[in-house]
Design a protein around this ligand. Structure first.
Ligand SMILES: [Zn+2]
Length: 190
């Protein structure tokens, strides 16, 4: 049995007009799905599948928390989430995503695996910027990180005069900088 088999929904074999599923997406789920945005979480999902005359409507109700690294100090920040999402699935000849959450799956298979879709719904709820509430950061780590970022070559050019301005906002924007992920690797190995 594959890791994600429990998330397979047999649409073609559906006998009733409507069917309910429940999933608990835990740390193991996030570790196995191996997505970039979320590595830890505990999310309850209720899925209702409804068969209409020409398609299947999958309504997801997600509720729980995820933990993502703080942009400022890299410690985990807890983010509550609650969201409703919908997929419409049609049977056709080949697999296709047709935008606006409309998916075509091959009729001879008649099955859709919703694991990655649920992961994406969760990832979409994560704000671009995620930091601890004021005063709750790991101060030791965030000052180390600020120092590191200030020592990088581009930063050096700016710090001729008037240096030492504390700017944690700037630090947060560096989260997407490739140097940042290198640094994260170094820190993780300690
Ligand atoms: Zn923090």
């Amino acid at each position: 049995m594959g890791k994600f088999d429990p998330y397979e929904i047999d649409l073609r074999g559906m006998n009733a007009d409507t069917c309910d599923y429940a999933f608990l997406l835990d740390h193991q789920f996030f570790a196995e799905i191996d997505g970039p945005e979320v590595r830890k979480g505990k999310v309850q999902v209720e899925l209702n599948v409804r068969k209409t005359s020409h398609a299947f409507e999958l309504n997801f109700l997600l509720d729980g928390v995820v933990w993502v690294p703080c942009d400022r100090c890299l410690d985990d920040v807890e983010l509550p989430l609650s969201s409703t999402d919908k997929l419409t699935v049609k049977l056709g000849s080949d697999y296709a995503e047709e935008g606006d959450n409309l998916i075509v799956i091959p009729e001879e298979e008649g099955v859709i695996n919703v694991a990655w879709y649920m992961y994406e719904f969760i990832a979409l709820t994560i704000p671009m910027k995620h930091v601890h509430a004021p005063g709750e950061c790991n101060e030791e780590m965030s000052s180390k990180l600020n120092k590191y970022l200030r020592m990088t070559p581009e930063e050096d050019q700016e710090t001729g005069e008037g240096e030492d301005k504390e700017d944690s906002e700037e630090g947060a924007d560096k989260a997407i900088d490739p140097r940042w992920s290198e640094l994260r690797k170094i820190l993780d190995n300690n």
